[in-house]
Ligand binder design. Structure first.
Ligand code: INS
Length: 391
C-alpha cells in the first residue's frame, strides 16, 4: 500500500512556467505535484500577460508578488530570496523548452519539462551537461509511464514471462484533428506550426509517448535502424505531419512499428502498446489503464488487474499502487507517481547522493534525449524518401 507518511522536512519549493488559465496540462502538473505534499507551488510565470498571470496565480493560491509574467524575472527575483524556488516545471509550447530549461538549470534549479524536450539532440545533450555540472535533475513528463501496470509489464518482461522479445507494436493515434480544427484552437495551432512545434507534429507530440512506454517496458532494446513515412492529410499542416508510420529494427533482432496520428477519425486516444515475445504477449491501452492483457500461446487470454496480489507490486515506497484493486487509477495517479519520483531524485541530488538518483527509475534526461533522437531520425528518414537510417 502507498506510504502516505513519506514526507520531506519541507516540500520542494516549486514554480511553473506556462500552464496558466485554460491550460489542461497546467492543471495536471499542479495536481500531480501537490498530491503527496513533496512539492509546494510558491511562484509562477503562468502567463506572459501580467494581469492574467497575477490574477490566475492569486486564484490558485500563489502570492501575487511571486507571479511573474517574465520567466527570467522570476528566476532572478526568486534567486534573491532565502525561500526562493528550488525547482521549476515548464509547460509551454515546445519552442521555449530549451531556452527556459537552460536558464533554470544555470540558475541552479531542478527542471521538469514537457515533451519533446528540445528541437534537437544537440540541445538536449547540452541541457544534460549543464544539469550534470550543476548537480540538478531533469525530469520529462511522459505521464502515463508512472502507471503501475506499465511497471507490471516491465517486470514481467524482465522476468522472462514473455520469452524472448520479438515484436513491439506502438501507437498513439487519436482522431481529434481529422479536420483543420487549428483554425479555432490555439492549442492545436502552435502544434502544427514548425517554428513553435519544431520539426514534427504527431511524431513529437504523441509518438514520443508511445515510444517511451516501450523504452520503459523493454529497457534493454535499442533501435539499430528505422524507416519513417509521414503525411499531412490536412494540407495546410505541411511540412508537419498529422500521420506517421515508423518501422524499427532493434539491435537484438526484434522489430517494432509505431503509428503516430491525430487523424485516426473516430478514435479517442488509442495509445496502445503490444509487446510480443516467443512465449506470450502483453498489451496495454491508456483508455483502460488498469488492465493488462496477458496472452500465453495456447492458453486462454488473461486480464491482469491493477492492485492485485498476483502482480509484482514490488515498489510500494515510490508511489505505485496507491489504492487497492478494484478502484480505478489513471492519468492523475500515474502523473503523481512520476512527480513523486522527481521529488525523490531532487532530494537525493541535493544531498549529494547521485547513486540514488542513478538507481531510481523516472523519466529523466535520457528519456528526453531519446524522444528527440527519435524525432530527428524519423524526419531524416521520411524526408529522404523513407530510407532506412542508422541510429
Ligand atoms: C495529446 C495527448 C498527449 C499530450 C499531447 C496532446 O492530445 O493528450 O498526452 O502530450 O501534447 O496533443
Amino acid at each position: 500500500m502507498f506510504n502516505e507518511e513519506f514526507r520531506f522536512e519541507q516540500p520542494i519549493r516549486w514554480a511553473m512556467i506556462g500552464g496558466g488559465r485554460g491550460s489542461q496540462i497546467g492543471y495536471i502538473h499542479r495536481t500531480s505535484a501537490a498530491r503527496d505534499n513533496l512539492f509546494q507551488l510558491v511562484a509562477g510565470a503562468f502567463d506572459i500577460n501580467p494581469e492574467r498571470c497575477v490574477d490566475f496565480g492569486k486564484n490558485i493560491g500563489v502570492d501575487p508578488s511571486r507571479c511573474y509574467a517574465d520567466y527570467n524575472v522570476m528566476i532572478e527575483e526568486e534567486s534573491k530570496r532565502e525561500d526562493g524556488i528550488q525547482a521549476v516545471s515548464i509547460a509551454t509550447p515546445n519552442k521555449f523548452h530549451y531556452e527556459m530549461a537552460k536558464a533554470a538549470l544555470k540558475a541552479g534549479l531542478h527542471v521538469i519539462c514537457e515533451k519533446p524536450l528540445t528541437f534537437t539532440v544537440a540541445e538536449a545533450e547540452e541541457l544534460k551537461s549543464i544539469a550534470k555540472s550543476k548537480n540538478k535533475v531533469i525530469g520529462v513528463t511522459y505521464g502515463y509511464t508512472g502507471h503501475e501496470m506499465i511497471h507490471q509489464a516491465r517486470k514481467m518482461i524482465e522476468n522472462g514471462d514473455l520469452g524472448e522479445i520479438r515484436i513491439i507494436n506502438m501507437q498513439f493515434a487519436h482522431g481529434w484533428h481529422s479536420e483543420e480544427v487549428e483554425k479555432n484552437d490555439p492549442g492545436t495551432k502552435w502544434r502544427v506550426s514548425p517554428e513553435v512545434a519544431g520539426p514534427t507534429y504527431v511524431l513529437g507530440d504523441v509518438g514520443t509517448h508511445a515510444y517511451y512506454l516501450a523504452e520503459v517496458m523493454v529497457p534493454n532494446l535499442k533501435i539499430d535502424e528505422l524507416m519513417c513515412t509521414r503525411q499531412s492529410f490536412v494540407k495546410s499542416r505541411a511540412p508537419l505531419e498529422d500521420n506517421a508510420f515508423v518501422l524499427m529494427h532493434f539491435d537484438n533482432g526484434a522489430v517494432g512499428n509505431l503509428w503516430a496520428s491525430c487523424v485516426n477519425a473516430g478514435a479517442i486516444h488509442e495509445q496502445r502498446i503490444r509487446v510480443v515475445g516467443s512465449k506470450a504477449s502483453i498489451e496495454w491501452w491508456d483508455e483502460h489503464p488498469n488492465q493488462l492483457v496477458y496472452e500465453v500461446q495456447g492458453e486462454p487470454k488473461r486480464l491482469l488487474d491493477r492492485g492485485h496480489g498476483y502482480n509484482y507490486n514490488d515498489d510500494p515506497g515510490v508511489g505505485a499502487n496507491r489504492i487497492g484493486c478494484g478502484h480505478a487509477e489513471g492519468l492523475f495517479e500515474s502523473w503523481a507517481n512520476i512527480y513523486h519520483r522527481f521529488a525523490i531524485a531532487m532530494d537525493a541530488m541535493d544531498k549529494g547522493n547521485t547513486e540514488a538518483v542513478d538507481n531510481l527509475w523516472f523519466p529523466d534526461i535520457e528519456a528526453g534525449i531519446e524522444g528527440v533522437r527519435l524525432i530527428e531520425k524519423c524526419v531524416e528518414s521520411a524526408d529522404n524518401g523513407s530510407k532506412w537510417v542508422k541510429y
